[in-house]
Ligand binder design. Structure first.
Ligand SMILES: NC(=O)c1ccc[n+]([C@@H]2O[C@H](COP(=O)([O-])OP(=O)(O)OC[C@H]3O[C@@H](n4cnc5c(N)ncnc54)[C@H](O)[C@@H]3O)[C@@H](O)[C@H]2O)c1
Ligand SMILES: O=P(O)(O)OC[C@@H](O)[C@@H](O)[C@H](O)[C@H](O)CO
Length: 391
């Protein structure tokens, strides 16, 4: 059994690749960083380190890699792959789609074995998104064959894997917790038995719970952390205002999730408590600039901050604390993040009001709009006040 996995980064090696290898798959990574591809091929193994008191070292072996820029190599690997997965980042899905389409067009005319393609990204409907991009590169005849033979089940993946540097370039330290939930409905053929994967009939409750709790909390704490000058998420969360705002934002999303889905308030409370502890794992150091990366994506209408805020407003609830997180995201002026630079440029050129509308889709007639503007002022005043005491 062969799994072709796009993205040999933190989640690729530290989570998806490791689980697939343990389940008996020969894992072939696809990445565009040549040094990484070469190192994987030279060693054909790597170590996943569990960041807790036990510090277990998991040996992942029998892996190899190809360069994603070599479309022919990717197509050749797709012909007999039993599973395709991705962890490249939601914005990269459209970039890998043409090659996946090329591989599928050739495969469905040669191999009638069903194939599932699972995007393991932090996004609602990641695999559906990938499918849409892939279909843009397929003829109608090939689309019909792909409809029959290829499934794009959506997934939710959860495991905190910070940016890291080790002398051993393939080693990756991960938190002990992980969750990988895959939508059964859109799968073709037999469900692959992978220990650690939960198959569910409908993914929506699980992806919303994950994105609107883990990632909402993470983003709120990270943007506020950055705003108030913290580097590490754990340090940011020791700040009473940030901790309290994050918890309150999660109370808001809990209200949404328990109203929409079968999760009880008690379950959500336990889930939140666990997550807050995971954010501050003393065995891992995670920086606010990683967690806040790609703020345009994170401020999108369905993503972790605006998505629940808009839905709550529709339920008649005012999401005060989510709006503090959104306000802080517009202040994320981290110079090494292209999206952060773009937002700051837009604020300068178009003004804050237009920029908010542009990225969040929240119109100036929405009560959320004025709330966000009000929270920007509140944060400015709070920071100015704090800096007085620092002098
Ligand atoms: N790190 C986490 O804690 C975490 C947890 C859950 C989900 N995720 C999600 O997993 C995805 C990957 O995140 P990550 O933290 O592993 O990022 P990462 O940057 O460590 O890994 C991404 C990898 O994709 C590779 N890549 C980029 N363009 C490519 C292309 N065109 N073809 C093939 N490979 C390409 C990069 O070289 C890199 O190795 C994101 O969607 C993220 O939201 C991350
Ligand atoms: O990966 P992003 O950029 O969508 O979000 C940053 C972090 O919140 C994220 O990577 C978490 O660590 C992860 O989602 C935990 O499962």
């Amino acid at each position: 059994m062969k799994a072709l996995h796009f993205g040999a980064g933190n989640i690729g090696r530290g989570f998806i690749g490791a689980l697939l290898s343990r389940a008996g798959y020969e894992v072939c990574f696809v990445d565009v960083v040549s040094e990484l591809v070469d190192e994987i091929n030279r060693r054909q193994e790597y170590t996943v380190e569990i960041a807790d008191a036990g510090n277990e070292q998991i040996h992942v072996s029998g892996v190899r890699a190809i360069n994603g820029q070599d479309a022919n190599a990717v197509v050749a690997e797709m012909l007999d792959a039993n599973l395709v997965t991705t962890a490249v980042g939601p914005n990269v899905l459209k970039l890998i789609a043409p090659t996946i389409a090329k591989g599928l067009a050739e495969r469905v005319n040669k191999n009638v074995q069903p194939l599932n393609i699972i995007a393991c990204e932090n996004a609602i409907g990641g695999s559906s998104m990938l499918k849409e991009y892939v279909y843009q590169h397929l003829s109608e005849a090939d689309q019909r064959k792909v409809d029959e033979l290829v499934g794009f089940p959506n997934a939710a993946v959860d495991r905190i894997v910070p940016l890291q540097k080790h002398e051993d370039k393939l080693r990756v330290a991960v938190e002990p917790f992980f969750e990988w939930v895959v939508e059964r409905a859109n799968m073709v053929g037999e469900v692959p038995p992978i220990e650690g994967v939960d198959y569910v009939p409908n993914l929506e409750p699980y992806i919303e719970r994950k994105l609107y709790t883990v990632n909402t909390g993470h983003a709120t704490a990270a943007y506020l952390g950055y705003y108030f000058g913290y580097k590490a998420i754990a340090a940011a969360l020791r700040d009473e205002f940030i901790q309290n705002t994050t918890k309150q934002a999660l109370m808001e999303t809990s209200h949404l999730l328990t109203t929409k889905y079968h999760f009880s308030s008690e379950q959500q409370e336990r889930y939140i408590e666990k997550i807050m502890n995971r954010f501050s794992n003393p065995y891992l150091s995670d920086v606010v600039t990683r967690i806040g990366r790609s703020p345009i994506r994170k401020l999108g209408p369905n993503d972790r901050l605006v998505g629940p805020a808009v839905q709550l407003l529709n339920l008649g609830v005012t999401p005060e604390h989510l709006c503090i997180g959104i306000a802080a995201a517009f202040q994320f002026n981290y110079e090494y993040d292209e999206e952060a630079v773009q937002i700051q440029k837009d604020i300068k050129e178009k003004g804050l009001a237009e920029t908010i509308a542009l990225y969040t889709g929240i119109g100036s007639d929405s009560p959320l709009f004025s709330l966000i503007m009000e929270k920007v002022k509140m944060l400015n005043a709070l920071r100015a006040d704090r800096s007085k005491y620092m002098k």
